[in-house]
Design a protein around this ligand. Structure first.
Ligand code: SAM
Length: 267
């Protein structure tokens, strides 16, 4: 029997119930407590990335590819800051919403170029390629292929985020997996940081900046990688090890997860 692959499931989800759900989470209207927590966590991730761009102080006219742009949460502020943004997403509904929001926020000035595209089909060259909260939808092998492809599009840097596979988050996810609900319409994959870093290094990048967002229901590790200078090989391993997640933290997250399960089904 043919099985539907992750990509088709994700595309269908973000063109249907996932669109309604995430459009609300990534918006300003009323949402339940879990969704509010995720909204705030996601905004922190976006703000971290915007802060990195701001700190570099050289956005005017830079080309940025926002792969898996969703409703434009990052593309729109980057365009407001003067960048030339190409935002793309596998979901036509998400792209339509991004276009509407961009017109509202920017009028006709420096609008991002939005397109409906699987990120593995993207071509061209960009100063920076960003891919936020997309890899969570794919297993490690596919995520590594995606990182390789995204790397081939970037001349200067790659910024991506993923849900880190630590002891604590693995436990929390296992608890959540017991409970049915629309949030389970797509699988959520956690990724080991060393695997993500290895994929970046294999593509010729070294991690220069890192960030971490964690709220009660949202957790996202953010990496910025730049080109390794010619002839330089990457150091063996510089990232935080999975073992650094202490037992105390694991227990805390588990208790927080259990306490919050009452809200989970409301998602
Ligand atoms: C959780 S949302 C994050 C959206 C956006 N990056 C943000 O942080 O606001 C995940 C997005 O990834 C998109 N996506 C998933 N797989 C994709 C793929 N293979 N190519 C392009 N977009 C993809 C989904 O349609 C969805 O809009």
């Amino acid at each position: 029997m043919a099985t539907i692959d992750d990509k088709t499931i994700v595309q269908n989800y973000f063109n249907a119930e996932g669109f309604d759900r995430w459009r609300r989470i990534y918006g300003g209207g009323e949402v339940n407590k879990v969704q509010l927590d995720i909204r705030e966590g996601h905004q922190q991730t976006v703000d971290t990335v915007l802060g990195w761009f701001r700190a570099d102080n050289n956005l005017e006219g830079r080309t940025i590819c926002d792969a898996g742009c969703g409703v434009g949460s990052l593309s729109i502020p980057l365009a407001q800051m003067g960048a030339k943004v190409s935002g793309s997403d596998i979901s036509a509904k998400m792209v339509g919403e991004a276009e509407d929001r961009a017109k509202q926020a920017l009028g006709e000035a420096n609008l991002p170029q939005f397109s409906v595209q699987d990120l593995e089909q993207l071509s061209g060259q960009y100063d920076t390629v960003v891919c936020l909260d997309v890899l969570i939808h794919y297993p490690q092998e596919k995520a590594a292929e995606m990182i390789k492809h995204l790397s081939s599009l970037a001349t200067n840097r790659v910024i991506l985020s993923f849900a880190p596979k630590t002891v604590a988050y693995t436990l929390l996810k296992k608890v959540g997996d017991f409970f049915p609900g629309p949030s389970k319409a797509t699988r959520a994959y956690l990724h080991r940081e060393q695997d993500v870093v290895a994929a970046l290094q294999a593509a010729g990048w070294q991690v220069e900046r890192t960030g971490m967002t964690k709220t009660s229901f949202y957790f996202s590790r953010i990496l910025e990688a730049k080109r390794l200078p010619e002839g330089v090989t990457a150091p063996a391993s510089t990232m935080e090890s999975q073992s650094s997640a202490t037992l105390a933290w694991a227990i805390f997250v588990l208790i927080a997860g259990l306490a919050a399960l009452a809200f989970w089904s409301a998602l």
